[in-house]
Design a protein around this ligand. Structure first.
Ligand code: GDD
Ligand code: MG
Length: 359
């Protein structure tokens, strides 16, 4: 917990999306609560916000909204306070931010940190806040956007900047990206700017608010920092992020203590059973109540709570959902198995395959 009031701030996490790209894992729960490196994803963000000095975090939820509070509680575990604000109908990213304004303190000049609820980032949030606090040509900053470079920018918001770091445009998801510099999903808003977002209707911060602020000459700045960064919105990215955290290739204050290092690193819940003749390696995790039988190999994968991986099965780069069963001898490479789904014995699944939950 931060005791330094100079750095105390409020934050919003937008966590109401459907997580469509993670189906079937998101049929019964929001992506924000899927286990990554042994803990529900949002715990990584909450721990990081607390470390940077957040005192109050507002969760903007919609899809499966009722599932958040039982898992995350009142925030006291991280020395902060969590408020939950529910949208009956999803209001989009901008609408979600506007909808929580009433839960924030009223100081119009205060910085408010906003996170996309599916991003893992090692960038220096305090440095972004300090940069936000620096006026540009005598004017206070309205919004600061954390920006990173990626090889393929098509799935992201492209954000060109001028030599002084001012954002010159914001183009969400285009087939022909104008730059590889993208929106990394961590914003600092001046509190009063949030009130300018229209209330009570669907607003996309990416397609409406940011382009509008830039076009109207508001002070929107980029904070470019290339640290560890990942959007965990697809099965491949979720598995990669989890393994990276366990192997220590990415850092999060919420990652539990792991066994081994490098390709031998793994995290096994104290409540899981792993047979002596099974191998769990390369950043793989095995959640509470899960069972891995003799001769099975789990490599760089996420085995969620209550799942069973049968004898001699091979699971690489895959997610085995809660209470799913992978029968003996099955081979899974880059496969996503939904809640309670079953993979028959000796099955060989194609990379990218998804096994649905039973009806
Ligand atoms: N409360 C609420 N209501 N949250 C929402 C809603 C809504 O209607 N719609 C989306 N969200 C949340 C999602 O749950 C997620 O945490 C976040 O907003 C971003 O939505 P995604 O669906 O994950 O967007 P994306 O990954 O395609 O693109 C976004 O993130 C990229 C970086 O990872 C955009 O912000 C891009 O510009 C950005 O580059
Ligand atoms: Mg995303």
């Amino acid at each position: 917990m931060s005791t330094d009031q100079g750095h105390a701030f409020e934050a919003v996490i937008v966590a109401g999306g459907f997580g469509t790209r993670l189906l079937p894992l998101t049929t019964r729960r929001p992506k924000h609560l899927l286990e990554v490196a042994g803990v529900p994803f949002l715990e990584h963000q909450l721990a990081r916000l607390a470390e940077a000095g957040a005192t109050h975090v507002v969760l903007a939820t919609s899809y499966h909204a009722e599932l958040f509070e039982p898992v995350l509680g009142d925030g006291s575990r991280w020395g902060l306070r969590i408020s939950y604000v529910l949208e009956d109908e999803p209001l989009g990213t901008g609408g979600a931010i506007r909808n929580v304004a009433g839960a924030l303190a009223e100081d119009p000049e205060a910085p408010v940190v906003v996170l996309n609820g599916d991003v893992l980032s090692g960038h220096d949030l305090r440095a972004q806040l300090a940069d936000f606090a620096r006026p540009r040509e005598g004017r206070p900053v309205d919004v600061s956007l954390h920006l990173v470079e990626v090889e393929d920018a098509r799935a992201f918001g492209c954000v060109p900047t001028d030599p002084a770091g001012r954002v010159t445009d914001f183009v969400e998801k285009s087939d022909d990206p104008v730059t590889n510099q993208i929106n990394a999903g961590c914003y600092v808003f001046r509190r009063s700017v949030i009130d300018t977002i229209p209330a009570g209707r669907v607003v996309s911060v990416e397609r409406e608010t940011f382009p509008g602020l830039v076009a109207a000459g508001h002070v929107v700045v980029g904070f470019v920092e290339t640290a560890y960064w990942r959007d965990v919105g697809t099965p491949a990215a979720l598995v990669a992020a989890s393994a990276e955290l366990v192997r220590g290739d990415g850092a999060s204050p919420a990652t539990p203590p792991v066994e081994g290092t490098g390709t031998a690193a793994r995290w096994v819940s104290p409540d899981a059973q792993v047979a002596a003749g099974a191998v769990v390696e390369d950043g793989a995790t095995v959640g509470a109540g899960a069972r891995v039988e003799d001769g099975a190999v789990i490599s760089g994968s996420v085995v969620m709570p209550g799942a069973v991986v049968g004898a001699g099965a091979m699971v690489r780069g895959s997610v085995v959902g809660p209470r799913a069963r992978v029968a003996p001898g099955a081979v899974l490479e880059a496969v996503t198995v939904g809640d309670g789904a079953e993979v028959a014995a000796e099955t060989l699944l194609e990379p990218g395959a998804r096994v649905d939950c039973p009806a």
